[in-house]
Design a protein around this ligand. Structure first.
Ligand SMILES: *Cc1c(COP(=O)(O)O)cnc(C)c1O
Length: 361
């Protein structure tokens, strides 16, 4: 039921409905939304239907809509960038939409027709093209989302869904500079267990992470480093990012075990590192190994990776009663190099050898 020839209706906002644009230097993250959105609906009889680009507007949902009760909700996070000539670029958008389908499968939700949705997404961005920021580091954040809308509170998978894409102009992540962060190694709460939904970008994972994040924030740490649910010693992710360590001459990241999110930035960084001739390893890595590497001087760098920040250098880990300072609390050479490298590709300043970019308009 993948309606390859999805028909998309265009309903443009009237001139008087258009919103005032926010100050491009004070965008923050996810606060402002553009004039238009994409919406389509699914039910068992019709598959995906009523696909429209419409003015940004509220939904009207029955209070019994299943998403409110049992949390069938999945999403994606991606960005549109401008190159130096003002052309709008997407980075690996097909990978995001395919990952949404993996999440859908895990949550018993319908698959989206990837090519048709990408085509609609490009039309949507082009229509709101004046919302794609021009200032340095700012981007248009894109949030494809799917929710269960059938009004039944008996527990089973919904037979009605809404898929939508909203867009938010966001400021440069590193407005205050590319500075390492302090991370709390979480040994009470867990993010995901084997066999659970850790590999899906599903709403409940984020609700479940708030308690640990809030407590870490109170202690002065910006994020938590998650450990595995069974042994509480193997490293999983950092906040909502994947994690990398440079130990000796190896770039190491936890392997995709099913309980961590398969990040597109993670995959891109592994590829770029290999292109640079750097040895990479995807394997289990324990917090004890990281501590031992710090003690013997072989731990050189650590950083998180994700669409929002690209790379987020880690300067300090707090684990139980120990403090692990990484690279003297400074940004490592490889962290900076990979950050520059990936940003240069995303903004069209470097040759796109892996064909990761998709042009809009
Ligand atoms: C989205 C996300 C990531 C990063 O994925 P990218 O595709 O690189 O943006 C990592 N971990 C979690 C838990 C996430 O939700």
């Amino acid at each position: 039921m993948l309606n390859k020839d999805l028909e998309v209706t265009l309903r443009k906002a009237d001139k008087n409905q258009l919103k005032a644009k926010p100050d491009p230097n004070k965008l923050g993250f996810g606060i402002y939304f553009t004039d238009h959105m994409f919406v389509m609906r699914w039910n068992r009889q019709q598959g995906w239907h009523n696909a429209e680009i419409t003015p940004y507007q509220n939904f009207s949902l029955d209070p019994a809509a299943m998403v409110f009760h049992y949390g069938q909700a999945i999403f994606e996070g991606m960005k549109a960038y401008r190159d130096s000539s003002g052309q709008i670029l997407l980075f690996r958008p097909t990978d995001n939409l395919e990952r949404m389908n993996s999440s859908a499968l895990r949550l018993c939700m319908p698959r989206i027709p990837v090519n048709a949705v990408l085509k609609a997404l490009k039309a949507l961005i082009y229509l709101d093209r004046d919302w794609v920021p021009y200032n340095d580091g700012a981007t248009l954040y894109l949030r494809p989302t799917m929710i269960a809308t059938e009004p039944v509170i008996g527990l089973r998978s919904s037979e009605e869904y809404i898929f939508f894409i909203i867009k938010s102009p966001v400021g440069a992540y590193y407005a205050e500079g590319f500075n390492p962060v302090r991370i709390y190694v979480e040994d009470t709460y867990v993010r995901a267990a084997p066999g659970g939904v850790g590999a899906a970008k599903t709403a409940g994972n984020y609700a479940a992470s708030l308690k640990a994040m809030t407590e870490a924030n109170k202690k002065g740490y910006s994020q938590v480093l998650w450990l595995d649910a069974i042994d509480r010693k193997y490293i999983e992710e950092v906040g909502t990012s994947n994690i990398f360590f440079v130990i000796g001459d190896q770039l190491i990241t936890p392997k995709l075990s099913g309980s961590i999110l398969p990040g597109i930035t993670r995959d891109s960084i592994l590829q770029l590192a290999r292109d640079l001739g750097i040895k990479t390893q995807e394997r289990r890595i324990s917090i004890d190994e990281v501590i031992a590497a710090q003690e013997d001087g072989s731990l050189r760098e650590a950083f998180g990776s994700g669409t929002a920040a690209v790379i987020s250098p880690v300067g300090e880990l707090c684990y139980q009663d120990r403090t692990i300072i990484i690279n003297g609390g400074r940004v490592g050479d490889l962290s900076r190099r990979l950050y520059d490298n990936l940003q240069d590709i995303q903004r069209g300043r470097q040759e796109d050898v892996h064909k990761w970019l998709v042009r809009v308009g």
